[in-house]
Design a protein around this ligand. Sequence first.
Ligand code: PLP
Length: 392
Amino acid sequence: MSDRPHGPSPTTLIHNNKYRDAHGSPYTPVYTTTTWRFDSTADLLDVVEGRKPGCLYTRYGTNPTIRELEHSLAQLEVAPAALAFASGMAAISATLLAHGRYGIVCVGELYGGTQEFLHSHCRELGIPVNSLMPQELDQLGPVLDRPGMLVYCETPANPTLSILDIRHLAEIAHQHGARLAVDNTFASPINQRPLQLGADLVLHSASKYLGGHSDITAGALMGSEELVGTVARWRKNLGQVLSPETAALLSRSLRTLPLRIHQHNHNAQAVAEAMATHPRVSRVLYPGLSGFPGHELAAQQMDGFGGMLSIEVDGDRDAASRVADNLRVFVLAPSLGGTESLVGQPCTTSHHDLTPEERQRLGIGDNLLRLSVGLEDAGDLIDDLKQALDKI
Ligand SMILES: *Cc1c(COP(=O)(O)O)cnc(C)c1O
């Protein structure tokens, strides 16, 4: 892990104001206004024609509260530019439309909403979409058969936590004139920075770790000025910008992101180790366990192993449901990345619409439980899992 470039320092994330408030507020206030006033038509034209910086209209993203957030989002991924969106899917759909028109190749398991967007909406628009499993990577070069295509992936993947080699994917993509976009929601920029590993674009559902309290819906995109700028035009006219109120809440959350992620990592490692020796648990999927197939690769490309893990209960689908139903500290809910620990059974939620055989092919048993390990006391979380496992 030592020769990898560093991420943002907690000091920078706290003291990174882009604007100086006239009244001395240490942070940019919430500008809820939709529009800005000008002294003359000439002044307005200077801003419209780019001769002077300035704000015009909030939907365009030219709002100090939103700009301040984007400044922090760029710093998080050590990127030249960032855009904030009204949801993770807004960021993903705008990026796929702006950069995917020559064809999209996705690698590995993807978030359900992204799958749906690719396989129904993109195909309806005539955009060629290909999917490869991680073991089919030898076919990636051959399917990138025209310049300007987009390779799209998530690592660690949901809910198996399987790890893809970002550096390797970027090399193959670039050899064929394609670009690589990585959804970094599961890892967070504190644990993994795909741009530093060669990716061209990074996406986040900020509704998860970046927001971190299960109380805001937002998304983010980071990358070069040029690639992000292209998406900005789509965001403007698709009307996907986030509200200034949400932007301010997200800015506040980012100041504690390093602190929260370190504790998520610590708690998830403790839970994973306790579950690995539990007699009612047949398998634990967590990149931080030395026996996990992606452990070595994760140790190379990540600074921490994250707060997400999955366990296979030693029993059937009903046994796993019983464990989920008997948990008292873990809350039964989809989503992830909040202060509170969450549990979900993928065969009843994200992967409900697949047949048991299709789920098996993806390595998702009906006895699998996905855990988003929160910021409670790790001992309390382990005790909670143990008492629920005792009920089967
Ligand atoms: C939740 C999630 C999304 C979608 O984000 P929304 O904010 O719900 O639109 C995309 N990718 C991943 C990996 C997610 O977990």
